[in-house]
Design a protein around this ligand. Sequence first.
Ligand SMILES: *Cc1c(COP(=O)(O)O)cnc(C)c1O
Length: 382
Amino acid sequence: MQFPIDRFQQQTTPFYYYDLRILQNTLEAAKRAVEEYDNYHLHYAIKANTNPKILKQISLSGFGADCVSGGEIKAALAAGFPASSIVFAGVGKADWEIKLALEAQISCFNVESIPELYVINDLAAEQRVRANIAFRITPNIDAHTNAKITTGLNENKFGIAMEDMVSAVKEAKSLPYINYMGLHFHIGSQILDCSSFAVLSERINELQDQLDAESIKTSSINVGGGLGVDYEHPDEHLIPDFKKYVNTFRQHLKLRSGQQVHFELGRSIVAQCGTLISRILYIKGGHHKKFIILDAGFTDLIRPAMYDAFHLVQNLTTTAQKVEKYDIVGPICESSDVFIKDFNMPEGKRGDLIAFRSAGAYGEIMASQYNCRPLPNSIISE
Ligand SMILES: *Cc1c(COP(=O)(O)O)cnc(C)c1O
């Protein structure tokens, strides 16, 4: 990946840099993976990155939107995603968010509990509309990813247990302001082993057999998101293997006639187009360790502190041949403000530009103002 270093020199650090050409190539690769199949639909999971320029480009590419809050529905609408392509998930939808979604006439609520189903029915009744709903089902699949980002196990807070699915669907079909559309799943994030998606498909097949046995017709199957990216070698794998991912479902998922399949990809769409750029403030030589102290901290990129996530760190300035082992840390007054420990990289000095690669997903959007720090800026490729 090429960076406009001269442009970076004039900027106040830290900031996010987005390469829109990489984003465009990623969007096109995802679209090519589904283009043969009329009933396969791509949504973008808004929560991964809501930078308005990024959202605009994704909406222009014809993606739908997967939202998990009222604020995200507003952001999606403002970026031009049609309401008819918006789905709304989340375990704790507030009344105002449900009302907003009903007024906007979004395409589907992904309902995560029976009490929520009743609230949606009541609020839809007030507006004299019927709400399209799908049930989020917990398929009890271990996605073999970080425990904090796995969502498909019975112990997680998400969705309705498989054994309660048939009664939930019957309940939905009995309510006057609810229109039952289908099933929704999302088993976790940063999943690189497609066998988890094969297992998900088989589980969906079993659930569909149960619904068939009750003569319940289901028009849509939403398999969620979760496709991972290569954080270790971003330049070798800038574009995720969407073909392999989609083909896993093609091979394993048994659809009924007329069924639509929805995907909700977040990370795999935006991770590789974004980089956090910061500067070295100080090099500190401790007795046992050398530290690089940056002007970026977990307020700018929280994934390492929160999930022990790895981001490839590159010094964009130095030409030094000598390699040193560093702990790379931020300025925040918390000992968890560490990006990486014992990392070998070319010798750095005060003022060098440091890049955190693959930071386009769950980066800028998770920034905070802890320690009264300003939120990071963003700049876009030309
Ligand atoms: C977060 C989320 C996604 C996107 O997950 P990625 O791992 O970023 O692809 C999709 N669907 C739902 C319901 C989500 O909560």
